[in-house]
Design a protein around this ligand. Structure first.
Ligand code: KIV
Length: 263
């Protein structure tokens, strides 16, 4: 996909959408060589690339750096950037400046967690010509309010709130909606109620598409194995083994050989 309208068209045609997080140039190049539809420069970068426990330390500067790096590796691919913690909660001007920075770094739209009184701001951003992706369910920027990484929308009341907020986000002009760690039935109901695509993570199979953190699906973080995660590679072990062979080659004197040296 090249832009958000391609995602709208995929939903209309019933074509499943694949999205993956990406924070740097070299992995963006690999993703761009696949049929994956869309890159999300998520604020999970704070955890995956910077070693923090939550996404809260991500800020606009951190996001700008990673958006620009990912964009250089995938110049043609649809790329959405996360608005980091509180960037959209400090008033209109700072929020629009954050959007400006992320778009100028190479994003084609921003993802914003939550609804509530952020909906008016989302409408303003959309009216400014910037595509916005909503995000409901387990929104990690609110992790302390949730009391941990827990399935959201389990009670009828909580499910009704998510259904209502999803409709409000669509009405505010969101072009797509991420649903994170909610029961499959709820994700199916939300998807059915909306015209815009829903992208699930831990939300079951009845959404318009799926998103996973790249390093999670590649098995780079063996200690992180939530119930919903499927790993498609034993990446940590493969890289560990390759690095071990390099170390061995250096220490045994077999690398570099004559052929790998300049005369
Ligand atoms: O930051 C992120 O990576 C995300 C996805 C997991 C949806 O928001």
């Amino acid at each position: 996909m090249r832009n958000p309208t391609d995602m709208t068209a995929a939903r209309a045609d019933g074509r499943p959408i694949s999205m993956v997080t990406c924070y740097d140039t070299w992995s963006a190049r690999i993703i761009a060589a696949t049929d994956i539809d869309c890159i999300l420069v998520g604020d999970s970068v704070a955890m995956v690339m910077h070693g923090h426990d939550t996404t809260i330390p991500a800020d606009v500067d951190m996001m700008r750096l990673h958006v620009a790096a990912a964009r250089r590796g995938a110049p043609e691919l649809l790329l959405i950037a996360d608005m980091p913690f509180l960037a959209h909660r400090k008033g209109l001007r700072p929020a629009m400046e954050a959007v400006d920075v992320l778009m100028k770094a190479g994003a084609q739209g921003v993802k914003i967690e939550g609804a509530g009184d952020t909906v008016d701001l989302i409408r303003h951003i959309v009216d400014s010509g910037v595509p916005v992706m909503g995000h409901l369910g387990l929104t990690p920027q609110s992790i302390h309010a949730f009391g941990g990484y827990r399935v959201q929308g389990r009670s009828e009341q909580a499910a009704a709130a998510i259904r209502a907020e999803a409709v409000r986000l669509q009405e505010a002009g969101c072009f797509a909606l991420v649903l994170e760690v909610v029961p499959s039935v709820l994700a199916a109901e939300v998807t059915e109620a909306l015209d815009i695509p829903t992208i699930g993570i831990g939300a079951g199979p009845h959404t318009s598409g799926q998103v996973l953190v790249l390093q999670d699906l590649l098995g780079m973080q063996p200690e992180f194995r939530p119930h919903f995660l499927r790993t498609f590679l034993d990446g940590f072990e493969l890289l560990r083994e390759a690095l071990g062979r390099y170390d061995e080659a250096v220490k045994s004197g077999s690398y570099p050989s004559d052929e790998e040296s300049y005369r």
